[in-house]
Write a new protein. Structure first.
Length: 375
């Protein structure tokens, strides 16, 4: 059947782009439906501050059977300024198991990116490295945790057969309280705590003015701590505020805290209850349904995702990161949660991977891949 690639230009078409997501996961019990209004917000080029420095073009693939695929082409000017390259991105990729449909989608995205003056296509990124990224390549036997991606296994072939090559792998570790909470770990955290005169302070979610101050502190640490990481792009003030407002809605206050050494904030950690365990029941992606499932199934959540954990560069190698993992574990235990996913971790982040495997006695249980292709 003839394949037609349709560029998206109206809000009605954007909604169509979002809702077609369901077409590709009808019989997949591990897929977690997105909340439609959240996707609309993410793709809103007027309200999402990401698009103040970036551009996006959405495409649908259609044939006589209806929508058979979708893709987004993204130009992220802040990335290209930070890394002095001409890299474009693809994201929000979904496709039936048909190489010709996938080729048509990638061709359309590549053509748009070339017209924007770019010479590499990288992805998947939805829409940036500060959002949901990566193609799941290992670990298809369970659902994704909150803010992580998921896809059918055949997407690997669709992408690699088009000529994409591996750029970087990302790891997800399963961290279990029973495995890492050893006497050795307890002694180590006590010694490091004493050495650096460590105290903890929760991010203040209740007081608006204090929350604003805490977000500014976290923003500084985030941008400085991750500045040298592969692909990292500093978030603008507006982007960070946009993200913080979203996370505030479902964050657990006790799992969002700053670490102080001698009274100065030098690191922070944010872990989130895996609300995907509730949202997987929200089959139609409606906001009221999401709210209902989050309210009624919150107590059954048995995992947290360690989303962000970092220290200022001058404190790297100090053991303070392990201290925060320990603290997250203790706080999750108080919520009757005894396991977590630490994700995502770059494959070549030697210190973090060593700490998770040796100090935390954890195992990689999922892998994600970022691909590149010269265009």
């Amino acid at each position: 059947m003839a394949i037609k690639i349709v560029p998206i230009s109206t809000q009605t078409e954007v909604l169509k782009f979002i809702k077609c997501h369901w077409n590709f996961y009808e019989n997949d019990n591990h897929w977690v439906p997105p909340v439609i209004v959240d996707r609309l917000k993410l793709l809103d080029t007027e309200k999402n501050p990401f698009y103040k420095h970036s551009k996006i073009q959405l495409f649908l693939a259609e044939n006589n059977n209806g929508i058979v695929g979708r893709i987004a082409a993204i130009k992220n000017d802040n990335h290209n300024i930070a890394h002095d390259d001409k890299t474009g991105f693809f994201g929000f990729f979904e496709c039936i198991d048909d190489q010709e449909v996938a080729r048509s989608l990638f061709d359309s995205a590549a053509s748009w990116l070339r017209n924007e003056g770019l010479d590499i296509m990288r992805g998947p990124m939805n829409p940036s490295i500060n959002d949901e990224i990566g193609l799941l390549i290992e670990g298809f036997n369970s659902s994704p945790v909150v803010l992580m991606t998921y896809n059918p296994k055949y997407y690997i072939s669709l992408i690699e057969n088009y000529g994409f090559i591996k750029s970087k792998d990302l790891y997800a570790y399963l961290v279990k309280y029973e495995n890492y909470m050893s006497e050795k770990m307890k002694r180590m955290q006590y010694i490091i705590s004493q050495r650096y005169n460590v105290t903890y302070r929760n991010i203040n979610f209740k007081d608006k003015a204090q929350f604003r101050k805490d977000v500014d502190i976290v923003k500084h640490i985030y941008n400085v701590a991750w500045e040298k990481n592969w692909g990292a792009v500093k978030m603008t003030d507006e982007e960070f505020d946009f993200l913080a407002a979203d996370l505030k809605q479902f964050a657990e206050p006790s799992l969002a805290f700053m670490l102080e050494s001698k009274g100065n904030v030098v690191g922070f950690a944010l872990a989130l209850p895996d609300i995907n365990q509730s949202l997987i029941n929200n089959k139609k992606g409606h906001l009221l349904g999401a709210a209902w499932h989050l309210l009624t199934k919150k107590k059954s959540i048995d995992l947290v995702r360690i989303l962000v954990l970092g220290v200022l560069p001058e404190y790297r190698g100090s053991g303070l990161d392990a201290l925060m993992y320990y603290e997250v574990g203790q706080r999750a235990k108080n919520l009757n949660i005894f396991q977590g996913e630490a994700s995502w971790i770059l494959e070549d982040n030697v210190m973090m991977n060593r700490g998770l495997t040796t100090t935390m006695s954890s195992e990689i249980y999922k892998k994600y891949r970022i691909y590149d292709k010269q265009i």
